[in-house]
Design a protein around this ligand. Structure first.
Ligand code: MV4
Length: 453
């Protein structure tokens, strides 16, 4: 096992990684930006070094400074968390060249899965179901038109370098296709300095179902079941749950097998997520693979009892998985609510500031992952997530009731949070009967059923 790990991140995930390291007997080093000086992870790590001002480009993305701290503090490995440098192949490569283990996949895997068109190709060759669509990128407007007519509308144009919804356009006819093709290319060039786009048949009202996987460096691969992440607003997840109401034991086995196949096709190691679209008629298609730990990982931890961060560290240290697929049992039901510093009564505008009173929820089946405390100031420089509430119960019905109960006793004063909106969603009939897809949150907001005052 490693002696010392550097955490190249902030907020709740930095704290989450410190907790895993402490339980493994691994020493921790935090790097932080000036406004994060007073944050919990900085106070709880064994060592902490300031690496720059608030702007991430001057601190959490400063590869040279992070590597310098790693060298000076003599760490064995770096955990990148999510966001920032977590999917930066160049950073993973620098770590390797400095003989520091990057806790994640290797640079080649990050690069090939980061290109969505190449990832699609890898999955097709590996026998993983992919959405009907083009082989490789679109060569021209004419190429796009020919293929769209052949495939039949609606279609969706996606950026190869994209992900999370950027550089995407849906087209229902020739005119919107021509416009969408150019718009997607322009947006992609701006966002990723790469204007490669490809095309898929557009699946209407799909569910977003993702499978957690673990793969060690000895060829062992397992999946840990699915998370239903369909409750999103503008590609930001709000509530996730496991297991999904839409997935039978038989479908779980099929999709789980496909997820394991995807991992093997990509020759992938460490923790990862295979995202699928699940159509309203029950077909599933590979969408993309995330080569990092994700925000919603605790939902899977709750139903499997497996500590995913510890597993990431063990895998990176060269250990073999201590369990097989047969050992993994999904038990009960878990729901995660993301609590963001944003105002649901003002179109979800970010709402940073000082937390004057903080009382997290507690009690049986309640877990709160947060770096916040009374008196803490939420910086406007970083994403607005301030806490994650993770509920576990014997069944979904009990989990929903427990989740509402926990939100009722969760007080974060001094700022506005997304709690009221998430509470509302948990109370809707569609959530109750599990009949929601990726369009549901938009429908709720359009309907005016949630009183935005
Ligand atoms: C799709 C799709 C329908 N058909 N692809 C959105 C983010 C990016 N990862 C892919 N996305 C989608 N791809 C086909 N062929 C619908 C979406 C989509 C979506 C997917 C998951 C969760 C929320 C979404 C919201 C809008 C569109």
């Amino acid at each position: 096992m490693f002696n010392k790990v550097l955490i190249a991140n902030r907020g709740e995930i930095a704290l989450r990684i410190i907790r895993a390291c402490k339980e493994l007997g691994v020493k921790t080093v935090m790097v932080y930006s000036q406004p994060d000086e007073e944050s919990l992870p900085v106070q709880l790590a064994d060592e902490a070094v300031c690496i720059g001002p608030a702007a991430a480009s001057e601190s959490y993305l400063m590869i040279e400074r992070i590597i310098s701290v790693a060298e000076i503090c003599d760490v064995d490995a770096i955990h990148p968390g999510y966001g920032f440098l977590a999917e930066n192949a160049h950073f993973a490569e620098i770590c390797a060249s400095c003989n520091i283990k990057f806790i994640g996949p290797n640079p080649e895997q990050i690069t090939s899965l980061g290109d969505k068109s190449i990832a699609r190709d890898t999955m097709r060759k590996g026998g993983v179901p992919i959405t009907p669509g083009t082989d490789g990128i679109l060569e021209s407007e004419e190429d796009a038109l020919t293929q769209a007519r052949e495939m039949g509308y609606p279609v969706i144009i996606k950026a190869s370098a994209g992900g999370g919804g950027k550089g995407m356009r849906v087209a229902h006819n020739d005119a919107s296709l021509i416009q969408g093709y150019h718009a997607a290319k322009t947006e992609s060039e701006r966002a990723f300095a790469n204007d490669d786009v490809y095309m898929e048949k557009y699946i209407t009202n799909p569910k977003h179902i993702e499978f957690q996987i673990l793969a060690d460096e000895h060829g062992n691969v397992v999946h840990l079941g699915e998370r239903d992440c369909s409750l999103q607003r503008r590609h930001q997840k709000l509530i996730e749950e496991a297991p999904s109401v839409a997935i039978s034991d038989e479908l779980r086995e099929q999709m789980g097998n496909a997820a394991v196949k995807a991992v093997k096709a990509a020759n992938y190691t460490n923790a990862g997520t295979i995202e699928f679209l699940l159509s309203s008629t029950g077909e599933f298609y590979f969408m993309e693979m995330n080569t990092r730990i994700q925000v919603e990982h605790p939902v899977t931890e709750a139903v499997t009892g497996i500590d995913l961060i510890k597993e990431q560290i063990r895998i990176a240290a060269g250990e073999k998985l201590s369990f097989t697929q047969e050992d993994i049992k999904i038990s009960g039901h878990a729901i995660e609510v993301r609590i963001n510093a944003e105002n649901p009564y003002a179109n979800f505008a970010p709402c940073p500031g000082k937390v004057t009173f903080y009382n997290p929820a507690g009690g049986i089946g309640v877990r709160v992952d947060s770096h916040v405390y009374t008196g803490y100031t939420i910086s406007p420089y970083y994403d607005s997530m301030v806490a994650k509430l993770i509920i576990h119960a014997e069944d979904r019905e009990t989990a929903i009731k427990r989740c509402k109960r926990a939100l009722d006793e969760f007080f974060i004063e001094g700022i506005q949070t997304s709690i009221p909106f998430c509470h509302f969603l948990l109370g809707t009939e569609s959530f109750h009967n599990g009949m929601y897809d990726t369009g549901y949150v938009g429908e709720v907001l359009d309907s005016g059923d949630f009183d935005t005052k």
